[in-house]
Design a protein around this ligand. Structure first.
Ligand code: AMP
Ligand code: GLY
Length: 417
């Protein structure tokens, strides 16, 4: 099969890496890709959000299958367009991707179908939003409605902080159109776990649990990022909790989406908080998380291509997906300054000295025979281990030889809950 993966981050490198091992895949392409992906696939210079460009290229080059990984092209309807063009495509339709693209939609869905989540209210009027903050008191959570790269969320410790967040989203337009509607939520407490499920519209196949580390600095301090590292599994996700999540959250969500005429195919991401009252949904994503994907795919034993096809064909229930018992850890090496301002073009040394780990490239480019930094999150050093502690140790050890100017990483991946 000729397969195209859409996207350019660490997640896409992990997907390309897994697909490159599939006997079914004879030719692999990635658009636009990065310097690491280029070692396994032919990179095609089309931006991930160029729906028409992508469909035209996929048709002209006779792709047998397209895997759309990032949120933006999914929300723009790339899977709809590819399907209409007769090309099998993995990922939710635009109608189903709205579960991530609009927090107002997902909160309403959970409310309507009694799926446990934080109490909330949605506002398009700033004065009303501010009045609600004062009425509810702090701590309280303010979220921009649309896609904001995981950065449109403020967990406010004080009413003043919450009001500032509302103003910056609604008045200063910090997040553009995605901030014209805000969702204000009750602040939940408890450990966070993430569970991704393959989904074929009807059935789900939950993957092992994982956990991202969203804050930039050790001890979960600093601004929210796209994710500074991930582990799988997380010790908090016991078999008892898993059973509750399937019954109370995962299956009801799939049924709700189907009932709304938005049957979900692809990867559905459940960001959960294990609160004193039980597991509740923090957020849904309509795709693999990054860097959770890197940690998870290291543990996958079944051919990823077979799974992707089963999701598109609606035959996921006929597949017995196998995972390694080993735990895994993905340590993100980021550019100094990320998620705010950072410099690009720093030469990356030591990549050829890494042992016993896979280095997934996120923001890298090839320049004059060298690999240089080209984004905020640069690399994801991903290792397995017989248990979580070993996996964490192995990832940190493997990352030791890697260096670039102003490289930044967290020292507590797997140890900060
Ligand atoms: P989100 O983009 O919705 O996942 O939010 C980013 C992060 O903000 C989450 O991973 C949580 O740590 C935190 N967060 C979001 N909503 C809540 C909430 N209702 N209560 C407490 N923390 C939250
Ligand atoms: N790691 C969180 C995300 O991909 O949104």
């Amino acid at each position: 099969m000729k397969v195209l993966v859409v996207g350019s981050g660490g997640r896409e490198h992990a997907i390309v890496w897994a697909l490159s091992k599939s006997p079914k895949v004879t030719e692999l392409f990635c658009a636009p890709g990065n310097a690491g992906i280029a070692q396994l696939a032919t990179c095609v210079p089309i931006t991930a959000t160029d729906v028409d460009g992508m469909v035209t290229w996929a048709k002209e080059n006779k792709m047998d299958f397209v895997m759309v990984a990032p949120d933006d092209p999914l929300a723009l309807g790339m899977v709809n367009a590819l399907t209409e063009a007769g090309i099998p495509a993995f990922g939710p339709t635009k109608e189903a991707a709205v579960i991530e693209a609009s927090k107002a939609f997902s909160k309403e869905l959970m409310h309507k179908y009694h799926i446990p989540t934080a109490k909330y209210a949605t506002f398009t009027d700033m004065e009303k939003a501010i009045a609600y903050v004062h009425e509810q008191g702090a701590p309280i959570v303010v979220k921009a409605d649309g896609l904001a790269l995981g950065k449109g969320v403020v967990v406010a410790a004080t009413e003043e902080e919450a009001v500032d967040a509302v103003k910056s989203m609604m008045e200063d337009n910090k997040f553009g159109a995605s901030g014209s509607t805000v969702v204000i939520e009750e602040c939940m407490t408890g450990p966070e776990v993430t569970v991704l499920c393959f989904a074929d519209g009807e059935h789900i196949a939950p993957m092992p649990s994982s956990q991202d580390h969203k804050r930039a600095f050790d001890g979960n301090e600093g601004p929210n990022t796209g994710g500074m590292g991930a582990i799988s599994p997380t010790p908090y996700y016991t078999p008892e909790i898993a059973e509750r999540c399937v019954k109370e959250i995962f299956e009801p969500t799939m049924a709700a989406m189907k009932a709304e005429g938005r049957a979900f195919k692809g990867v559905i991401y459940f960001g959960l908080m294990l609160t004193p009252e039980g597991p509740k949904v923090v957020e849904y994503n309509a795709r693999f998380g990054d860097p959770e994907c890197q940690a998870l795919l290291m543990r996958l034993d079944t051919d990823l291509m077979e799974i992707l096809e089963a999701c598109v064909n609606g035959t996921l229930d006929q597949l017995d997906i196998q995972w390694k018992q080993d735990a895994s850890c993905c340590l993100v090496l980021a550019s100094g300054g990320y998620p705010a301002h950072y410099e690009k073009g720093k030469v990356i040394d030591g990549l050829d000295q890494v042992q016993d780990a896979v280095v997934f490239h996120a923001g890298t480019a090839a320049k004059d025979g060298q690999i240089v930094t080209n984004g905020g999150r640069v690399l994801g050093v991903t290792a397995l281990g017989s248990d979580l502690e070993m996996a964490i140790q192995n990832a940190y050890k493997a990352a030791k030889p890697i260096h670039f100017d102003q490289m930044h990483f967290r020292n507590d991946i797997g140890h900060a809950f």
